[in-house]
Write a protein that binds this ligand. Structure first.
Ligand code: BEZ
Length: 429
């Protein structure tokens, strides 16, 4: 399929336009354009006008990196995957950056914004880390945003996709190396309308990411003329409980296709129930790729077969960096890599490249922010590059289908839709 056609014409042009933005858009432009959102804040600044807080020693001593991730509840495997691959990247690169030895301090955010805030404060104010990375859940990320923004502390988001952080609440101090929730889903809505069906039932967890992802899918799908057969179904988060009533509701609505986003433990619960109720193979399942990623496929088994999904990576993507990354991850953990591990690997690389560029100086924030914004490299997903307007990564979108490959289930790439830049506002879902 022609990738341009999959973008729906007009939007492909938009995407291209955004990709060739002049490099003269500076950090100052970014700050000016985000000034409006800085006011309405609960967390409050820690320090006075004299500048950024924390930072162990700026130019000497270890480079302290705070890792804020869930190591419990339904997204624990996501947190562990990101941690393992970050450590792997650092270790494979001498465990140093800018002449400073890397020291990691891990904290469990669970899936609770209040716990995450406590842990963030501990990392920044007691441990005096140079920067913080991680964050899996959109709800946690949104809860922490004002703290990092107001205190001018660097946060590299390695998963949480909350759209608002690239839009009304973007911050020059927050970079996202993973995706916005819009990015894989809006192109998928177009693609599913053209290639799968025109009448859909939507099921997603009832929290920020579930709503963001469903909205993005529906924005392009309905824009083409697609129809919802019933109101979207939003299930309890984080624990869905018994999935039977939700699957029964889907059966009764009798759609031509189901769109869904779940991840971690919830993805296993939903997809297994989809199979047990006999829907696998009878009602096509189209999903945000996290739903059937490599971390959950072994537990989902045949219930996942045939699921088509959109995502910015696939295990079997053929490029040299992906070959190196997936082999090293398998050797280290005994498991296939997954998209969360890939995001951790890229986050670690962004840290090493940018800290090298400023020769280890984390005290002067402006040059460090410029260095991070300018990082570019060949990633396992394709070219890695930030959008200068938002500090969100520009992502390729791949359409994958779950198939049996050499006796195991994997996501096989069946289409490539090109690069997508988050629109930076809510105009497209
Ligand atoms: C989120 O909460 O943003 C999220 C969690 C898991 C997978 C993808 C997104």
């Amino acid at each position: 399929m022609d990738p341009k056609a999959a973008n729906g014409g007009r939007t492909d042009n938009d995407t291209t336009k955004r990709l060739i933005l002049p490099t003269s858009i500076t950090r100052r432009t970014f700050i000016r354009s985000t000034g409006l959102v800085a006011g309405a804040v609960a967390a409050g600044p820690l320090l006075s006008a004299c500048g950024a807080i924390g930072g162990s020693s700026g130019g000497g001593g270890p480079l302290k990196i705070g890792l804020l991730l869930p190591y419990s509840d339904i997204y624990a495997v996501l947190g562990e995957s990101i941690t393992e691959s970050m450590k792997m990247y650092f270790e494979n690169n001498g465990n140093e950056a800018g002449g400073r030895t890397i020291e990691i301090i891990q904290e469990d955010t669970q899936l609770k914004p209040d716990i995450a805030m406590e842990k963030a404060r501990k990392l920044v104010e007691q441990d005096e880390v140079d920067l913080v990375a991680g964050i899996v859940s959109s709800g946690v990320a949104v809860g922490l945003r004002d703290y990092f923004h107001e205190n001018k502390k660097l946060l590299l988001i390695a998963n949480a996709g909350a759209n608002v952080l690239t839009r009304a609440k973007k911050s020059p101090y927050i970079f996202r190396t993973s995706f916005s929730n819009w990015q894989p889903n809006w192109p998928l809505g177009n693609w599913a309308y053209d290639n799968v069906a025109q009448k859909v039932f939507v099921s997603a967890p009832d929290y920020g990411a579930g709503h963001d992802m469903a909205n993005a899918f529906l924005n392009s799908f309905e824009g083409k003329g697609g129809q919802l057969v019933a109101d979207p179904q939003f299930t309890p988060f984080p624990q869905m409980g018994d999935p039977a009533p939700f699957i029964t509701e889907i059966q009764q609505a009798n759609p031509d296709m189901v769109y869904t986003f779940y991840s971690g433990g919830a993805a296993v619960t939903f997809v297994k129930a989809y199979g047990e109720f006999g829907l696998t193979g009878s009602i096509p399942l189209v999903a945000a790729g996290f739903t059937v990623e490599e971390d959950v496929l072994p537990a989902q088994g045949d219930a996942a077969l045939g699921t088509v999904s959109g995502l910015h990576w696939a295990l079997q993507l053929e490029n040299a960096t992906n070959a190196t990354f997936t082999a090293a991850y398998k050797e280290r953990t005994g498991k296939d890599a997954n998209v969360f591990a890939m995001q951790g690997y890229d986050t670690a690389r962004v840290i090493v490249d940018s800290i090298n560029a400023v020769e280890g100086n984390t005290t002067d924030l402006d040059p460090l922010i410029d260095a991070i914004a300018g990082v570019k490299f060949d990633s396992p997903r394709g070219q890695f590059k930030f959008d200068e307007n938002t500090h969100n990564v520009i992502n390729p979108v791949y359409i994958r289908r779950v198939e049996e490959v050499d006796g195991a289930l994997h996501n096989v790439v069946i289409d490539e839709l090109g690069d997508y830049v988050d629109p930076g506002d809510d105009s497209k879902g």
